[in-house]
Structures are given as C-alpha cells and as structure tokens.
Design a protein around this ligand. Sequence first.
Ligand code: BG6
Length: 498
Amino acid sequence: MLTLDNNCIVIFGASGDLTQRMLIPALFKLYMLKELPTSFAIIGVSRSDYSDQSFRDKLIKHIESDPDVDQAALDKFSKHLFYQAIDPAKVDQYAVLKERIESLETQLEIPSNTLFYLATPPSLYSVIPKNLAAHGMNKEDNGWKRLVIEKPFGYDLESAIELDKSLYKDFTEKQIYRIDHYLGKETVQNMLVLRFANSIFEPLWNAKYIDYIEVTGAEDLGIGTRGGYYDNSGAMRDMIQNHLLQVIAMVAMEPPAVINADSMRDEVVKVLQCLKPLTDHDLKHNLVLGQYTKSHVRGKCLSSYREEEGVPNDSRTETYVALKMFIKNWRWDGVPFYVRTAKRMPTRVTEVVIHFKKTPHPVFSANPPDNKLIIRIQPDEGTLLTFGLKKPGSGFNTEEVSMDFHYKNLKNTQLLTAYERLLLDVVKGDATLFSRSDAVHACWQFVQPILDYKKQSFDLYGYAAGTWGPIEAEALFEKDQTWRSPCKNLTDTDYCEL
Ligand code: BG6
C-alpha cells in the first residue's frame, strides 16, 4: 500500500536550472493540488551562498512570473523551502547537512523519511550517495531514504555498470529511482492503456498486421547554452539511449501481469533485451548521423551547431540521428522501427506512427488508403487513426479520412507534467515509472556499437537548421515506406497540430 508520508526532500544542485525551472514549480503544483503530505520540508543544497530567505526569493520569482499564480498559496508554500550550503564533494560537510535535516524534522514533526534528489552534474552521482552513507544517511532504521538520479545514467555501458556497482555499496535497488522524464508523460503512459485496455488494437499489434513503425522526437530549438554538455553527449546519448528507447519499449512490450513496479519493469526489460544488436552492416546502412548548419528559414537566421556557445568549431557531434532497428521476438519479427531525433528541426513534435499493412487485395483502387495510428506524445497530445472512406459520388473511389482524439478536448482535466507525476510517485514510493538498472544496461548495450562507431571516422551529414534533416535518411526505408510528414501547414508560431 503506497502512502504519502511526511518527509524531507533534499535537492542537490539547488542553485541549478533544473531545480528552478522544473522541480520547484512541479512541487508547487503538487502542493496546489493537495498532493503533498501535511508536513514536509524542501531543502536546497549546493555550494552557493544563500540564506533560506534569499533561496526562497530566487525560486519563487520564477513561479511568480505566471500571471495566474495564487500568491497567498505561493507564500505559504515558500515557508516549506530551506537552504543549506555545503560542498557535496566534501564528505565532512555532510555532518552539517545531517544536523540541519534532523533539526527540521524535529521542528516540523517529520519522521526520518528523506528523498535525496541529485540534480547535479553526473560526476557527483557516485560521490553524493557515498558521502550520505558515510554519515549513515542511507539507513532506513527510522524511515525511508530514497535516491533520485537524473539522466544521463552513465556515459556508456561500462560506466553505467560501474555507477550501479558504486550505488549498490550503500543503497539497494529499491531505494534508487532513475528518472527518465519521458515515462512521466501522460501520453507515453497512455500507450499501455491504449494497447491493453482496448480489445480492438492488441490483436493487430504484431508483425502480421503492422508494416512499420516510426518514432519521431523533433525539436525546433538548438542547444542553447548547453553546448558544453551536449557536445560530449550528442543526440544518441541525449535522446535515443533513454527517452526514445523507453517510448519504443512502451510500444513494443508485452502486457504486464499487473500494474506494479516489478511486473511493469520486467516486461520493459524483456523487450529491451530483444533489441536486435546492430551489426557493421547496420552501422553503415541503417544509421544516419547529421549536424545542423547555418540557415535562413521562414525569415529567421539560424546559426550552425559549430557556432553555438561552448561547441568547438570542428565538432563532429551529431545533432540528428535516424536509425532503422528491429526487435527480435515473435511479435515483431521483421517489422522495421524507424527512429529519428534532432535539434533544429522545423518544429517540436514527438510522435509514434503505427503503419498497418495494406489490404491484401486492392478491390477499390490500385492504391488503397493508409491505415495509420498516430500517437502524438507532444504537442497537441492525442491519437489519430486514418482509414479509407468511399469518396461520395459515383463509383467506388476511396479517400483517406481520420478519427481523432485530442487531450485538449477533455473537460475539467489538467495533465500533470512529467516532473509533477514522477515527483509524486517517488514521494509515494512507486517506482513503476522509473528505470530499473537492467533496463538502463539493456539500452546502453544496444547503443554501444554506435558509440564505438563514432570513435572511428564516420559520415556526418549536414542539414540546414530548421529543416527535417539530411536527405540521406530517406534511404533507410524499404519500398513504399517513408516518414509521415507531421505538420502539413506549419504556422508562423511553429505549432504542429495532430
Ligand atoms: C532532455 C534532453 O533529457 O530532454 C534535452 O537533455 C531535450 O536535450 C529534452 O531537449 C527533451 O524533452 P521534452 O520533454 O521537451 O521532449
């Protein structure tokens, strides 16, 4: 039984962007929805010098910029925010932190339940848990202790295994919550309900009826000020190894026996372990890597990746990946999955497109209509099914029409953002939507050949910033297959309707 216990949330990396932009607003929203326990403290930790009050002022300024904010509620919420300066790399300084947590627990009558959120650079992911343990702050004698770790979990397969080894010295798997915010998205979770709560889709959800599947994770923005991080990461590590492979797992997994953390994650790992290993042939013919170049698109002048802040001017880091991959099991034998992601595409859109096979015998026209199921993860979240209609009038000509559902049409429903949902789950102790170590390893195992391949000389194709990527990616497709064009009429606001 999951309960909402009173607790302390300790955020390492409290002066950083993630804390300000995502974590604190998400916690405030949960507070507004009365989803946080009656007594709680949020303690920001970093090296910077803040008082409780100056920390509150800094974080609240961000939320206050929302004109609809409930100021009285925000003032009350801010009283739950505290700050403790320590250098997280220095083990002796944890004594001060421990004392601060204990004193707040006594003052606010909070039992010793603590959630440690690591919103820090990855280099601290093994250091902080070790230092916490040195002061006994991992011990669950009087209450639970949970560790939330942001992505990237490791830099490659070997470092992910090493990181786990280091964490397991002081924490158990049950205490570790590896966050992949894509699993917190309502539309990603809905894939399971769409598939397993409706009897009409699942019988067709296999190689017999599905021709191919596309997964697109397109972003219109460039890398902004994150050049230093991104140039060491690239789209492969930044988006495919985690977010998009998790999406594929949701599309391809078998139904879990029940919805709980073990059962769900058992099925996720099973399908990830069936990803067909990439061969040398795949690396040459089923993978396209690209990097955006300077352009003028729709009245905007966009700089090239190499001109971005923090990026070397001879960088060979990929900002575009297109990959054709397969899942080696009974359900998916021979069905290609085409995955693409990039920065500086024409718009922001994440979607999965299931292309069903054509009818075996085209009675009505030489070119039967497409049956596609489009699962729009963002924006304009929803689901759209295309099918053929008899063109009104004489004869039996067909045309493609659709049935569509948009979340925005749901009455009185507000979608929780990914961080709101995941923070709520971790406070409740529900690990269902967090990645287990075997799944993270399976993802690294799959992408490792690409990381190795990038160490040699490889083709990196340029694409003009603001376009759909290198033309070479078209060559990945088999006959009659191609990317769906997600935006027919891209407007000036770059909004892409389902
Ligand atoms: C992050 C990546 O994990 O996900 C970013 O580091 C990327 O580079 C972001 O922009 C995408 O998330 P979303 O929710 O905006 O699709």
